[in-house]
Structures are given as structure tokens and as C-alpha cells.
Design a binder for this molecule. Structure first.
Ligand code: HEC
Length: 103
């Protein structure tokens, strides 16, 4: 038993990015704070807002969605998205949250 626990702890230390990417609750907070001015970020938000931007559940439902694509959208080089300068950790949390909206 002890060995198993130590083994799990060891894995967590080896894979910090993986552990960080699991923080869906934190991602939701970030989405509400930084994204909800323009996007509908809640699970129930399937209606497009008046600005015509896709809601997060609609984005999450896309079959071809990948974490890399989301990261690119969050870090826009061009386009109309503002550069919100989120930390890598915040991006991982957001991506975990958006993927959690998949039905
Ligand atoms: C100031 C308004 C604004 C805010 C705030 C904003 N966005 Fe956007 N977002 C846009 C616009 C406008 C587009 C359309 C992209 C374009 O035309 O360049 C977009 C597009 C996207 C897309 C791509 C959608 C697609 O159709 O492929 C994703 C994903 C996205 N935003 C995620 C986010 C996330 C995550 C946040 C919060 C960190 C956020 N946005 C905050 C305005 C905003």
C-alpha cells in the first residue's frame, strides 16, 4: 500500500503539466472572468450571443478540436481576439474546462 502511494506521488511530480491540466474548476473561473465579455462560456450556453461568436459548448463539440488549436486561439497573433496574456497554467486550465463541456 505504502509503495503504491509513493508511486502515485512520484508520478505526480514527474507529470506536473498533466496534473495542472486537470483543473476544470479553475478553468471555469478564468473563462467567466476573461472570456465571458465576448463568449457564452457556460455549459448551458448553446445559443449564440448577438455578437455571433461561437459559445464554448459549441466550440467544445467540434470533432476536430485539439488542445493546440485552442491554445492558438487563446494566443492570437492576428485576428480579432484580444491577447489576454494568460499564463501557461491558466491556458491549460481553460483548455481542460472547454474540453469538459463536451457532451
Ligand atoms: C474582446 C472580445 C473577446 C474576448 C474577451 C475573448 N474572445 Fe475569443 N474570440 C473573439 C473574436 C472576435 C473571435 C473570432 C476570431 C477572429 O475573427 O479573429 C474569437 C474566437 C475565439 C475562438 C475560435 C473560435 C472559432 O470559431 O474557431 C476561441 C477558441 C476563443 N475565441 C476562445 C476564447 C477564450 C478561451 C477566451 C478567454 C480567455 C476568449 N476567447 C476571450 C473575441 C473575444
Amino acid at each position: 500500500m505504502r509503495v503504491a502511494i509513493r508511486c502515485l506521488l512520484g508520478l505526480g511530480a514527474l507529470l506536473p503539466a498533466y496534473a495542472a491540466a486537470q483543473d476544470i474548476v479553475q478553468g471555469r473561473e478564468i473563462a467567466r472572468r476573461w472570456c465571458s465579455a465576448c463568449h457564452v462560456v457556460e455549459r448551458t450556453g448553446t445559443e449564440a450571443p448577438a455578437n455571433g461568436l461561437p459559445t464554448f459548448p459549441v466550440i467544445a463539440a467540434r470533432a476536430d478540436l485539439t488542445a493546440d488549436r485552442l491554445r492558438a486561439a487563446i494566443n492570437p497573433q492576428h485576428g480579432r481576439m484580444p491577447d489576454l496574456a494568460l499564463s501557461r497554467r491558466q491556458q491549460d486550465d481553460l483548455i481542460a474546462y472547454i474540453f469538459s463541456l463536451r457532451q
